[in-house]
Design a protein around this ligand. Structure first.
Ligand code: GAL
Length: 667
């Protein structure tokens, strides 16, 4: 393996011209930042990695030992620990099972030992995560007789993680960070570093009913204003187009007469417009004729599927989107690029570039994000949007993944899992059966990368349930209060690869265990053990932790990672390693780590709130919309504090002075 950075090794397998996720995303690896990631001890001798072929499959063997826990292998919604699982990773919608069919089929895993493995290929990759035993292995698990030996287990821990795939080539990376958190950071930096959303993107979003027209847009803004609810972005669903599914990408003159002025009028009121679309081009579209030569062999919903690996197809798409951006549209929601076998193109479909249909499916989400990102980059602007599929290389694109599932627990676990595969996940609010559910969903969305009500079918408004309207408003206000903290967290994502929303396991502790589940000839015939882990808490930037309450939940346990913790609302210290909330509070439980300096947007300005006796934190700021930060037009300071006899002393050390320092108060 060739060394790329202290913590990064690379090996070309087979044909270097084979399709690649990183090439599709097109970002430069962040070499300087990568050089700062501390490397760990070699987890095993490099020469122990084995590569072979078996028929048309390439097989990669990575050493594994019992006791290691493996995380990642794509966006999951029910669990984080994937040890001993078999995962066939494929870009798809999530169908209720963590089986590898997912919106971010990222072929990367990270071990509790600190290192990680990434195979750069857009084709389907199979991971056998530690449960295979090879006949020629010198060490083998002890054989036991099931009838007489109670220690018999159905899972036999082996010596390898086995990875196999069908493609002419791929690139294998071994990432050897000093900890799992460092490895995840290095993975993100290899992929181009995290995205830096515009400030408005971190405000509150509302998507209107799909049939909404220009009047509905104006009424919506008025209704928010009347109720004193802040709003940053309005989303228009398929009905903004004159034809959708497949898409025309042309405004509906019927619903949006005067659309040339609408986005600018809204901008004048501080509201951005985001437009929905999918990638299938309708015969009714003004783009159809120019796109037809670049269409694949199969249609989806009677629309053609452009081959966006071709520059000519990209040019047609980008010209249309550049025009929309020119009208003042702030971004897009790129729907349906994850697919669903029943309506996507088949695996044997062909594309004019010669792209393999499965590989193309794996790259589509990245190609779409890249085209949109380039459109705004060319304008010197930032965008922020939504996408239904992404992969390795996606972290540098300012897009969040969403889906059509709606289980609260899965939405919460998705937030944690996204950090383990270099993407952002948005647990949106759509509708609810009870006021409690409504409130809890808004609270969860408040601590996610994109806080959004997506009422495309329900037409619901935040004030749908009067009994909880105050609580919902509180959650939206909380979001705006947290903005400076979130913005700094995103800077750390951009500059250091640090995921802004993270599971507890990236804090270094062991938050997963195994539970015996009784043998049962109907429920559990293989006496499979169950993994129990903390999948319902989330770290939000440095030093802040959320423990969202699920709808209907009446009590919950909160695990406190090492270090002291304070209640965000009362500032009181919380004791112990776990906390039981019984009854649960009406608000979103939030905790702040001792020594944290939390940047909050209070009514009277930016406030740095210090928790504990002494500590430090970072504060980042820039113009919020432009790309100057990439050239150094930003402000970064370290703020340290110490309390002495009831007085808080603080020191601000400016680390980078490319933008005016914000006015702050310290508490
Ligand atoms: C779905 C999408 C929804 C909504 C809808 C509109 O695919 O997940 O959020 O946009 O399409 O038809």
């Amino acid at each position: 393996m060739e060394s790329v950075a202290a913590c990064l090794y690379r090996m070309q397998i087979g044909d270097p011209a084979a399709p690649s996720l990183l090439a599709a995303a097109g970002h430069e690896m962040r070499t300087e930042a990568l050089a700062c990631v501390p490397a760990g001890k070699a987890p095993f001798p490099m020469e122990d990695i084995r590569i072979s072929t078996q028929g048309d499959r390439t097989v990669v063997l990575i050493p594994f030992h019992e006791g290691e826990r493996l995380y990642g292998c794509g966006l999951s919604y029910q669990k984080l620990n994937r040890t001993y699982e078999v995962i066939h990773l494929r870009t798809d919608h999530y169908g209720g099972r963590d089986n590898g069919r997912t919106h971010a089929a990222v072929p990367f895993y990270v071990s509790s030992e600190g290192y990680g493995v990434f195979l750069d290929t857009p084709v389907e990759v199979s991971f056998y995560l530690g449960g295979t035993v090879r006949t020629d292995d010198s060490r083998k698990p002890q054989a036991r007789d099931r009838t007489t030996d109670p220690r018999w287990t159905s899972v036999t821990p082996g010596n390898w993680v086995e990875i196999s795939f069908r493609a002419p080539g791929a690139v294998l990376y071994l990432i050897n960070g000093a900890s799992a958190a460092d490895t995840v950071r290095a993975f993100n930096l290899l992929c181009g570093g995290g995205c830096m959303p515009p400030k408005w993107g971190l405000g509150f979003w509302s998507r209107l009913h799909t049939k909404a027209d220009a009047d509905a847009v104006c009424r919506e803004i008025g209704a928010y204003r009347e109720r004193g609810i802040p709003l940053s972005v309005l989303g228009l669903e398929p009905g903004w187009q004159n034809y959708a599914y497949p898409c025309s990408y042309d405004w509906s003159e019927e619903r949006f007469a005067g659309h040339e002025r609408l986005p600018r009028d809204l901008l004048d009121q501080g509201i951005r417009l985001n437009l929905w679309e999918n990638m299938f081009v309708s015969p009714a579209s003004t783009l159809y004729d120019s796109m037809l030569p670049y269409a694949g062999s199969h249609q989806v919903w009677n629309g053609i599927v452009p081959d966006y690996t071709l520059p000519e197809a990209r040019a047609v798409y980008q010209a249309r989107h550049a025009a929309l951006a020119g009208e003042g549209i702030s971004g897009f929601k790129l729907d349906e690029c994850d697919g669903y076998d029943r309506w996507l193109w088949p695996d044997h479909a062909s594309f004019p570039s010669g792209s393999d249909a499965v590989a193309y499916r794996g790259m589509c989400g990245l190609l779409l994000q890249r085209m949109i990102d380039e459109v705004y980059r060319a304008r010197g602007e930032r965008t922020y949007g939504l996408v239904r599929a992404s992969s390795a290389g996606g972290c540098a694109f300012p897009f969040c993944i969403y889906n059509d599932c709606y289980a609260f627990s899965e939405f919460l676990t998705g937030l944690a899992s996204a950090a383990l595969c270099g993407v952002l996940w948005a647990p949106e609010v759509r509708d609810a059966k009870t006021p409690d559910e409504w409130l809890r969903r808004f609270q969860l969305a408040a601590v996610s990368p994109l806080m959004m009500l997506n009422a495309w079918a329900s037409g619901a408004k935040p004030w749908k349930f009067p009994e909880v309207t105050e609580g919902v408003k509180e959650a939206i206000r909380l979001r705006y209060r947290l903005l400076p903290h979130l913005y700094t967290a995103f800077y750390l994502y951009y500059a250091k690869g640090e995921p802004p929303f993270r599971p507890l396991l990236l804090e270094g502790g062991d938050y997963s265990g195994q539970r015996d589940v009784p043998l049962s000839d109907t429920e559990n015939p293989y006496a499979l053990r169950q993994t129990c882990e903390v999948v319902d808490q989330i770290l939000v930037g440095r030093g802040l932790m959320a423990a969202p309450i699920a709808p209907g939940q009446t009590s919950r346990t909160v695990v406190l990672p090492a270090g002291g913790w304070y209640d965000f609302y009362t500032g009181e210290r919380v004791c112990g390693q776990t906390l039981t909330l019984n009854p649960v509070p009406d608000h979103l439980p939030l905790y702040v780590r001792e020594g944290t300096v939390l940047a909050l947007q209070e009514e009277d300005g930016l406030c740095l709130c210090c928790f504990g006796e002494s500590g430090e934190g970072l504060l980042y700021d820039d113009d919020g919309t432009g790309r100057g930060y990439e050239e150094g037009a930003f402000y970064l300071a370290k703020v340290s504090f110490r309390r002495r006899g009831g007085v808080t002393e603080h020191r601000v050390t400016v680390l980078h002075n490319g933008y005016p320092a914000p006015r702050i108060t310290i508490r």
